[in-house]
Design a protein. Sequence first.
Lengths: 405, 178
Amino acid sequence: MLALDPMLEGEVLWTPLIIVVLKVLVVFVVGLVATMLMVWFERKVIAGMQNRIGPNKAGPFGLLQTLADGIKLFFKEDLLPRRSDRFVFALAPFLSFVPAFLSFAIIPLGGDYRDGNDGIVTWFGVETRVQLADPHIGVLFALAISSIAVYGIMLAGWSSGSKYPLLGSVRASAQMVSYEAALGLSLASVILISGTLSTSGIVAAQSTLTDWHVVATGIVPFVIFLVAATAELNRPPFDLVEAEQELVGGFNTEYSSIRFALFYLAEFMNTVTMSAMIVTLFFGGPQPISYGGVTLDIPLIPNGLEGTVWLLGKVLVFLYIYVWFRATLPRLRYDQLMDLGWKVLIPGSLAWFMLLAVQRLARNEGWNVFTTTAAAVVVLGMCYALLQAAFSMSNRTREREGAQF
Amino acid sequence: MELVVFVLASAMMLIGAVGVITRSNPVHAALSLVLTLFGVAVHFVALEAYFLAAVQIIVYAGAIVVLFLFVIMLLGVDKAENLSAEPLVAQRWLAGVAGLGLLGLLVVAVARGADVLATRAGGLDTSAEAAGGDANIQQLARSVFGDYVVAFELTSVLLVVAVVGTVMLARRRAAGDA
């Protein structure tokens, strides 16, 4: 009932049930291991960028360092601050951890999408997809989950009963709610072009390099999505939520032991999921690079498995970009953060969406696409001028009233 | 199966709703409200209204209650209120009357609605097979941007007016203080 998965139609049989359970297990384990490796990857790459060695003692290349850290966290004392709200304090780490795993469920992890195939594979005589779930609402599910993730951080800060975590969580809720709008609006462009909400449908719509949504929507929605996603993840340069120089440690200051580990895990898991989301939406997910009838084919690997290899490669690029952001970009000031979100990203993504919609309308109605686009650009330019006039007007009013910010 | 989902979701909603009015801590009340909203979303999913379910969570749980919590945290009103003081005279008595009236209206509406549903099969065709699973979204879009576009636009104008009015009121008070 809940999935487009062809396997789940009709009556429930044993084989599909076992496949679903296996999928859940694999996604969970892959998620945990990916998170572990991501922590190692981030430390190692940053160390490289800063001319250090990074973790190199535990296991080959320090690969087991995260495991050692995790075990250490498990054995630490679990503190409960006296002024905390006990129930909410215990609930918050789970509200942060569970959404991180849930949104991983809708990402197509492989399958054969080339030559117009729809990514359906046959396992043990059962047709299914290489993704845990493919709900009708697809990417909206991811948006809903990411809006739930705000609660974890927000409640963690509030329930600690302490100043700095509260400041961190107030910042977090303002930031995440602001950037969610930009995230959703840039997503709308992708949905407009692909014509479907389901993640497997979005991947199937990107069969050649020019169909990849990063090209098909123009590069703007991708850039906006990348920036908004970084802010949504609270990763540098948008890590005001846990700015250690200002807020001690941010929303998780009072947490220790396994509860802290859950927050830490959720943060890195979210980074992995968001990278996979960007790849799914804009870079064709498990699709190989293919242009003008020529497809890059990895030799020796069957087509069904090859999708997973492509996805992994693309996700690694984005994970590297996130680490690179962290190593190079200084943190934004709070007013810069809000200005970027509300005055640049939201109007920008809205304007770009209107432009794409006008082009689509012109093509459907048989109007001249260039004239229509030019007219739309003129109208949007006027809107931009109006917006700028409003900004300068409000700035002047503020200066007259002697506001400090 | 449908019955189990219905009972569970309704239990979520009821527990949440009772929590909203009985918890004295505003943050706990807001969290109970989230539970209720999730129950509504589960009902929507069970009725195959996937899009509504997603929007329910994104808009209500993800934005509106987050704003409630934001205000609660920012103003620092996260203390239990003193319930013995009564700012308006006879407000409890009036609230009781209004509540009973609302309950009566609801009962009448449900009773009449059951008759209508029994005699007429119809409404939107939301079966997942229609239009490859996107039937919900297409029909909603036709309704909102086609049949009811004027009402839709008027609602957005109303919201803009409310926002502008709020900003104006807030700014005027600040100017008066200075």
